[in-house]
Design a protein around this ligand. Structure first.
Ligand code: NAI
Length: 419
């Protein structure tokens, strides 16, 4: 039986390995992590991350051919294929601080692999890393190899949080890069055989190592460009009276451009670049709240998927520390006193001057906005950073509404009546 070990039981490692275990009953998959609470959660009824369909997949194979463990070294030593899916956050200090990827976690994982391995290994880069990381990892492994052969593959992950299971079941493509040597090709084939259990052959792309590493960064850059472009257009819409939803629809109808990833919003966050689940890393909501706190606002926050502890932590931390897991951080920040967290949107808006919508939860579309208006101070403002409410309906209630990329209140007043 082929044995797979994945280092890092996070948003990528957990769901990806669960799907591999489900689709490959002939493979034993162990996901390991240095975080005891995270592993305990993976072994409990309340998984550490929320993804539609994930519970089902985990329940079907946990204890059969899917295991979660903190015994990192044992399972790495026993594995044939080791995925490394540790976090690669933005550097907070040193050269490239605020820009470059921090590869500390990756490097320590690679050194540990070199220390404990007693048999040949295929080491798979799952984390998003700068191009040529495979070469650096290869050096660490081969210079400490004790005669063991290592093949490094790049197999970047393209899933999006919120649709991880769907993306893993039916990926647009799986990309595998390896060395162009007989051993490299053999390793690529071994990983291809794993994915071939459920991914059609024409969707499994094989390239050289550097093309695979660069493709992931290039894809992220293209996607980020689209969102940035439509956000820039939304500012023009607000200034001119155009409606960004109409503009994006018209532009996206061009088959050369396509309709996806053209929603204007307050911006994108996440450890890669775009997030919409309980993962708050680098969410623009934190920037907005910090700006308001700087202006001495009292903020009452409601999010159906994020705990008070997480919110307080996010607001107390410096930018880019957000993506460094708690158990890897030296100090715990203290709570921000101007912030209260509540468990109900109506409670959050009671007595407020303004309501900011910064996450596109479905329940925000169907709130009783009349009730919210009645309990807010007047004038009552709504700032819809996700374009999920109908500005006209809210204006009828009496709100002053600012929606990203939509004509502003003032515009409407100035507009001549249409016969
Ligand atoms: P995460 O922060 O949720 O999980 C990483 C895990 O690795 C943590 O639980 C941490 O404790 C563990 N870890 C760190 N060093 C370790 C070590 N030496 N030994 C054992 N465990 C260790 O990160 P996430 O979101 O799963 O991302 C992983 C990588 O995948 C990153 O490079 C990210 O950029 C990339 N990626 C993330 C996507 C996402 O949607 N979250 C999508 C595509 C790629």
């Amino acid at each position: 039986m082929v044995k797979i070990c994945c280092i890092g039981a996070g948003y990528v490692g957990g769901p990806t390995m669960a799907v591999i275990a489900l689709k490959c009953p002939d493979i034993e998959v162990v996901v390991v992590d240095i975080s005891k609470p995270r592993i305990e959660a993976w072994n409990s009824d309340t998984l550490p991350i929320y993804e539609p369909g994930l519970d089902d997949v985990v329940k079907q194979c946990r204890g059969k051919n899917l295991f979660f463990s903190t015994d990192v070294e044992k399972h790495v030593a026993e594995a044939d294929i080791i995925f490394v899916s540790v976090n690669t956050p933005t550097k907070t200090r040193g050269l490239g601080a605020g820009k470059a990827a921090d590869l500390t976690y990756w490097e320590s994982a690679a050194r540990m692999i070199a220390d404990v391995s007693k048999s040949d290994k295929i080491v798979v880069e799952k984390s998003t890393v700068p191009v040529k990381t495979a070469e650096a990892i290869e050096k660490i492994l081969t210079h400490n190899s004790k005669g063991i052969n290592y093949q490094i593959l790049s197999n970047p992950e393209f899933l999006a949080e919120g649709t991880a299971i769907e993306d893993l079941f039916k990926p647009d493509r799986v990309l595998i890069g390896g060395r162009e040597t007989p051993e490299g090709r053999k390793a690529v084939q071994a990983l291809k055989d794993v994915y071939a259990h459920w991914v059609p052959e024409d969707r499994i792309l094989t390239t050289n190592l550097w093309s695979a590493e660069l493709s992931k960064l290039a894809a992220n850059a293209f996607l980020a460009q689209r969102i940035s472009s439509v956000n820039a257009i939304s500012a023009l819409c607000e200034a001119t009276g155009a409606n960004v939803s109409e503009v994006a629809y018209a532009v996206g109808k061009d088959t050369r451009i396509g309709p996806k990833f053209l929603n204007a919003s307050v911006g994108f966050g996440g450890s890669c670049f775009q997030k919409d689940t309980g993962d708050t890393r680098e969410t623009p909501a934190i920037d907005v709240c910090k700006g308001l706190l700087g202006d001495k606002a009292q903020i009452s926050i409601y999010d159906p998927q994020v705990t008070e502890d997480q919110i307080q932590r996010d607001l107390a931390m410096n930018k880019f520390d957000w993506d460094h897991p708690m158990h890897l951080q030296p100090t715990s920040p203290t709570a921000v006193k101007q912030v209260s967290c509540v468990w109900d949107a109506y409670e959050a808006t009671k007595g407020a001057h303004g309501l900011c919508i910064l996450t596109e939860w479905d329940e925000f579309k169907t709130l009783d906005y009349q009730k919210i208006f009645d309990n807010m101070q007047k004038p009552a403002f709504v700032f819809d950073g996700r374009n999920i409410i109908d500005p006209e309906k809210l204006r009828e209630i009496g709100f002053i509404v600012y929606s990203i990329g939509k004509p502003l209140d003032a515009w409407l007043k100035d507009m001549p009546a249409v016969a």
